[in-house]
Design a binder for this molecule. Structure first.
Ligand code: AMP
Ligand code: MG
Length: 497
C-alpha cells in the first residue's frame, strides 16, 4: 500500500481528556508520526467493555467517524501520535534497535494508552510493511479479551478494523488494524535500548517515569531503601512471576517471549504465534518459527527469568550495584513457584492448602500433571470435568478421558482422600471459577478467521461473548467447549503476521 498520510484533515473530537505522558518524555524516545490511511475500512469486532474502560460511549463505538479514526484515516483531537523506539533480545540473541514498526501510539486517556497496530510503516519498520493481516489481528483481539476474561493481566483490544487492501505474506492476505489499550506499552526492550546505546540520562528518565506512574511504592521500599531502581526490578520480577504462573495454570503458550515483547507492567502483550494447549504436552512448541523450542510451554518460566536478567542488566547503570540487582531478581525464584502452586491448588479445589498439606498436595499435583501428559489428555476439559465431577460426586466423565483407567482411578481415589481433609468439604462452585470452560483454541480462532474472510463476523462476536466470561456455562454453546478436531494439529502458527 502506498497511500501517504494526508494533511489538513478535520479532527474528530470524542470529548475525551488526553494526557499523553509518554510523549512528554522527549524526542529520544519516539518519532512523532500519524498512522497511514487504510482504504475502505470496516468493523470486524468491537469490545463494549474496553470502550467503557476508556469512557467512550456506545454511540461512538458504532459510529463511522470512530471507524475512520481508528483505521488511521482521520486525526483525533487531543492525541499526539507517535512510534516509540526500543531494542531487545530475540530468540536469545541481541537484536539491536527494533521499535514500533507497525504500531502508532495515539495518546493516553482515562489512564490508558491507545495504540493502533498495523497502521503503516514507521522509522522502525526495518524490512516490514508496517501492516498486520486480518488473521493475526483477529487472534490478537480475541486473545486479549480472552486473557482478561480469565483474569490474567494483559493489554486489551477495543476493536479490529479490516480492509480489502492486499498484504503480502506467504500468500496475499488482507489488512487489518487492532486498537490496543494498556496503561503503558513500555517493554523491557525500552530499557535495553537506552542502556545499550549508553544514554544514562534517558534511562533514568524512563525508569523514573515508570516508577512515578506505576510503581510509586518503589520510592518507599525498606528493603532497597534509597535505590528505587532495584525496588523496580524486584517489583517487575514479581509481577512477571504472577503473570507466567497464570499462563502455566491455564495452559497458555505465548510463543515469542523476546524481551521486546515483555511488558514492564507484567502484562501479557504482543499476541502473535500464541496457543492455548489442547492436549497437555508440557514441551509443546506453538510457534513454527521456533525451531529450537526456546519458547516451548514448559520453558516459559525460565525464559521469563532470563528476560528479567536482561532487564536487570539494562537497569544496572541506575542500580549501581550488581549484588543488589541480583538480590532484586531473586524474588522471582520464590514468587513464581508459590503463585503457580496457589493457582494449581485452586484448580484442584484445595482451598485449605497450607504448609501442613503442602507435601501431599505437591505430590498429588505432580502426579496429576504427569498422567495428563502421559495420556495427552485435553488440559481444559480435564479440569472442567473434574470440577463438575466433584459437584456431582461422579467421576465417570473424568475417567472417560483416560486410556489407563486404572491409573486414573487410583489418582482420583488419592484426590478424594485428600479432599476429605478439607474442613468444609470440596466446593465445586469454587473449582468452576478456577477452571474455565472456554479458551481460545486454535481451531476456534481459525474458524472465526475463515468466516471473517468471507465478511461474516458472527463467529468473532460469538467467541468474544464466550471468552469474556469463560467460567460461565453458556448453555447452547457446547461446540465451543469441545475437543479440538483432528485438523487442529495441522494449523501452523508462525511469526508471520
Ligand atoms: P513481533 O515479534 O511481532 O513482536 O515484532 C518484532 C519487531 O518487528 C517489532 O519491532 C515490530 O514492530 C516489528 N514488525 C513486525 N512485523 C512488522 C511489519 N509487518 N512491519 C514492520 N515492522 C514489523
Ligand atoms: Mg513485539
Amino acid at each position: 500500500m502506498t497511500l501517504a498520510p494526508k494533511n489538513n484533515l478535520t479532527t474528530l473530537d470524542l470529548g475525551l481528556a488526553w494526557h499523553n505522558r509518554f510523549a512528554q518524555l522527549g524526542p529520544r524516545f519516539y518519532t512523532p508520526l500519524a498512522p497511514w490511511p487504510l482504504p475502505a475500512p470496516y468493523w470486524v469486532g468491537r469490545s463494549a467493555s474496553v470502550a467503557r474502560e476508556l469512557g467512550l460511549n456506545a454511540a461512538w463505538l458504532n459510529s463511522p467517524e470512530l471507524l475512520e479514526v481508528l483505521a488511521g484515516n482521520q486525526p483525533l483531537a487531543g492525541t499526539q501520535p507517535l512510534a516509540s523506539v526500543y531494542s531487545g533480545h530475540q530468540f536469545g540473541q541481541w537484536a539491536g534497535q527494533l521499535g514500533d514498526g507497525r504500531a502508532i501510539l495515539l495518546g493516553e486517556t482515562a489512564g490508558l494508552e491507545v495504540q493502533l497496530k498495523g497502521s503503516g510503516p514507521t522509522p522502525y519498520s526495518r524490512m516490514g510493511d508496517g501492516r498486520a493481516v486480518l488473521r493475526s489481528s483477529i487472534r490478537e483481539f480475541l486473545c486479549s479479551e480472552a486473557m482478561h476474561g480469565l483474569g490474567i493481566a494483559t493489554s486489551r483490544a477495543l476493536c479490529v478494523i479490516g480492509s480489502d487492501a492486499p498484504i503480502r505474506r506467504e500468500m496475499v492476505e488482507t489488512a487489518a488494524v487492532v486498537t490496543r489499550v494498556a496503561p503503558s506499552f513500555v517493554r523491557f526492550g525500552h530499557f535495553e535500548h537506552f542502556c545499550h546505546h549508553d544514554m544514562p540520562a534517558q534511562l533514568k528518565v524512563l525508569a523514573d517515569y515508570v516508577i512515578d506512574l506505576f510503581y510509586p511504592a518503589c520510592r518507599a521500599s525498606d528493603k532497597f531503601a534509597g535505590n528505587p531502581y532495584a525496588a523496580l526490578l524486584e517489583a517487575v520480577s514479581e509481577r512477571t512471576a504472577e503473570m507466567v504462573a497464570q499462563w502455566q495454570s491455564v495452559g497458555f503458550c505465548h510463543g515469542v517471549m523476546n524481551t521486546d515483547n515483555m511488558s514492564i507492567l507484567g502484562l501479557t502483550i504482543d499476541y502473535g504465534p500464541f496457543q492455548f494447549l489442547d492436549a497437555f504436552d508440557p514441551s509443546h512448541i506453538c510457534n513454527h518459527s521456533d525451531t529450537q523450542g526456546r519458547y516451548a510451554f514448559n520453558q516459559q518460566p525460565d525464559i521469563a527469568y532470563w528476560n528479567l536478567f536482561c532487564l536487570g542488566q539494562a537497569l544496572l547503570p541506575l542500580i549501581g550495584d550488581q549484588a543488589l540487582a541480583l538480590e532484586a531478581l531473586e524474588s522471582y525464584k520464590t514468587v513464581f513457584p508459590a503463585a503457580f502452586e496457589r493457582r494449581m491448588f485452586d484448580k484442584l479445589g484445595l482451598a485449605d492448602a497450607s504448609a501442613s498439606t503442602a507435601d501431599l498436595d505437591r505430590a498429588l499435583l505432580q502426579d496429576v500433571l504427569q498422567l495428563l501428559a502421559q495420556e495427552k489428555v485435553d488440559y481444559t476439559i480435564f479440569w472442567r470435568r473434574l470440577s463438575h465431577a466433584s459437584a456431582a460426586a461422579n467421576n465417570t466423565l473424568v475417567l472417560d478421558l483416560f486410556v489407563d483407567r486404572a491409573a486414573a482411578e487410583a489418582l482420583l481415589l488419592r484426590y478424594s482422600e485428600r479432599t476429605k481433609l478439607i474442613p468444609r468439604g470440596l466446593t465445586a462452585g469454587l473449582m468452576l471459577k478456577n477452571n474455565p470452560k472456554f479458551i481460545l483454541r486454535n481451531h476456534l480462532g481459525e474458524q472465526a478467521i475463515q468466516s471473517a474472510k468471507e465478511k461474516d463476523f458472527s463467529q468473532v462476536n460469538t467467541l468474544l461473548m464466550l471468552l469474556e466470561s469463560p467460567y460461565e456455562e453458556h448453555p447452547g454453546f457446547e461446540d465451543f467447549a469441545g475437543f479440538a478436531p483432528d485438523w487442529a494439529s495441522s494449523i501452523e502458527i508462525s511469526c508471520s503476521s
